[in-house]
Write a protein that binds this ligand. Structure first.
Ligand code: C2E
Ligand code: CA
Ligand code: CA
Length: 513
């Protein structure tokens, strides 16, 4: 029963509502047994408080969830901005940042900072022949292999394309940096199966070590890049240490590329020929076409000066086509003029050219235009070119062979798994690499290799050619071994078509000039 004053339950009701309103959501009222209106309100307030508390908890949880999601998104964004999405390696931005930090640390503690610029050899060819998915797969594989040969503190970044950079923040000296480059090259050499084919990856690496006080990330990267191009120029699959004489080649390369593009379009491509002598008769039965570039300022340039650039850009395709056309025209003319219908010509095809889908058309066009029979043409392929050959490439080679064109394996012995290729590809000719021939008289191992190649050729019914014959002793040894043809400075350097004509006339006095 209620007394004379105000019901004390009203006071606690007010207190509780105030507590609730000020955020103390666990405040509750104790209902009495009175079962009156105040009691009803008490129960109602408790229910409201319950509801408020639950809602609040939900809200808090949602806010917490949102915050976590936001943090994740921020991290993801940071990762995306600073990493390469394909390999998940740091990208250029993060790399530059890390180089900057490394250089700063070095300013204080006199540490050596090394940057290794790595570019996969002939990646374009690989990508063209096996497809982009396989190309991606290869890039991921390369990233992993590189990671394996670095210490956790070192950075490996992908700059895009087939370019990677390794950053080592504390190398004692340039030799140590070069040793690391060798390790990376070896790690990449392990064969890997991609898109069903065994692939052998090689790369070229440029090494730059910070020297002097005011090196910037940009200069270090540029130096390593320059050294990398030198490594490519020296024959790929190797590392080169930056030297000041290599400066500016990025600009220089681009300039060469542009000049070469212009040169191809403006008739600056020349073809020289080197005779191949049949050892049983001593006659020149074949000539090899070797490209030259008549550079307007630098004179006649050998392929070593521009072939790499042509291959890395797509210029090798129009360049190769120009050589093929010229070689077919010149040979058809020599055959007619000299009455030498047996004369053949060999044309080199680089890996990139081999993967062209319209290779057969291009070859047939060149033959038709020159009115040269297919039997007069030999295409020289390298093992490296055949490594990434796909079924489609194989098909094209078979088509060419069916037309009557001869196929040769060039530089035999310098590539990998040579015998496998001989079995797999429909070749007719093996050309033993110059390096074996040049040492065969002094080095019994090289002599054994040449002898084995000649024997192998005979067993498989292939013609064998020895390249780089420079001395009478080498020639005599090759004759003893039963090699079919020889080529080299001992007979003649590569010369222009007029000189070849003179040479052919001289060896066959009955021929009509
Ligand atoms: P290769 O196909 O192995 O050609 C033989 C190279 O060895 C030529 O160099 C030739 O001049 C040189 N040589 C020949 N005999 C001797 C010798 O007795 N001693 C020495 N020391 N060298 C000798 P070149 O003309 O500088 O060509 C270099 C390479 O460039 C060629 O090697 C070939 O792989 C490539 N090449 C040349 N022309 C073309 C072309 O039109 N297309 C493509 N894709 N590659 C080409
Ligand atoms: Ca050749
Ligand atoms: Ca060769």
């Amino acid at each position: 029963m209620t007394g004379p004053g105000p019901d004390p339950r009203l006071d606690s009701l007010v207190d509780t509502v105030i507590a609730l309103a000020s955020g103390q959501l666990d405040a509750r009222l104790e209902p009495s047994d009175a079962n009156d209106e105040i009691d009803a309100i008490t129960v109602g307030v408790n229910m409201l408080a319950e509801e408020l508390e639950v809602t609040h908890e939900n809200l808090e949880r949602r806010v917490r969830e949102r915050t976590v999601a936001l943090e994740d998104a921020t991290n993801e964004l940071r990762r995306l901005v600073l990493h390469d999405p394909l390999t998940d390696l740091p990208n250029r931005r993060l790399l530059v940042d890390r180089i900057e930090h490394a250089l700063e640390k070095r300013r204080r503690e006199d540490w050596g900072v090394a940057v290794l610029f790595l570019d996969i050899d002939r990646f374009k060819t690989f990508n063209d022949s096996l497809g982009h998915a396989a190309g991606d797969h290869l890039l991921i594989h390369v990233g992993r292999q590189l990671r394996r040969c670095l210490r956790p503190a070192d950075t490996i970044a992908r700059l895009g394309g087939d370019e990677f950079v390794l950053l080592c923040e504390d190398v004692p000296d340039a030799e140590a940096a070069q040793a690391l480059a060798e390790r990376a090259l070896n790690a990449l050499m392990e064969p890997v199966v991609i898109a069903g084919s065994e692939v052998l990856v090689t790369a070229s690496i440029g090494v730059a070590v910070a020297s002097g006080r005011d090196v910037t990330p940009t200069t270090l990267l540029r130096q390593a890049d320059a050294a990398m191009y030198t490594a490519k120029k020296r024959g790929r699959a190797q590392a080169a240490l930056f030297e000041p004489s290599m400066t500016g080649p990025v600009g220089e390369r681009l300039a060469i590329e542009n000049a070469l593009r212009y040169g191809i379009a403006n008739d600056q491509i020349r073809v020289h020929y080197q005779p191949l002598v049949e050892l049983s008769t001593g006659r020149v039965t074949e000539i090899e076409a070797l490209v030259r570039w008549a550079h307007p300022e630098r004179g006649l340039l050998p392929p070593a000066e521009f072939l790499d650039i042509a291959e890395e850009s797509d210029l090798i395709v129009p360049l190769g086509r120009a050589v093929l056309r010229r070689a077919c025209l010149d040979t058809a003319r020599l055959r007619r003029e000299l009455g030498r219908p047996d004369l053949r010509v060999a044309v080199n095809l680089s890996a990139r050219e081999l993967s062209q889908r319209d290779l057969v058309t291009i070859v047939v066009e060149a033959l038709t235009q020159a009115d040269l029979e297919p039997g007069a043409l030999c295409l020289e392929l390298t093992e490296t070119g055949l490594i990434s050959a796909t079924e489609a490439t194989m098909d094209q080679l078979l088509q060419l062979k069916r037309l009557g064109i001869t196929l040769a394996i060039d530089d035999f012995g310098t590539g990998y798994s040579s015998l496998t290729y001989l079995k797999r590809f429909p070749v007719d000719v093996i050309k033993t690499d110059r390096s074996f021939v040049s040492d065969m008289c002094d080095n019994p191992d090289d002599a054994a290799i040449v002898s084995a190649v000649v024997g192998l050729g005979r067993a498989l019914g292939l013609r064998s050619v020895a390249e780089g014959v420079e001395t009478p002793e080498q020639l005599a040894m090759l004759e003893r071994l039963g090699c079919d043809l020889a080529q080299g400075y001992h007979f003649s350097r590569p010369v222009g078509v007029d000189a070849i004509r003179t040479m052919l006339i001289a060896e066959a006095p009955t021929a009509v000039a």
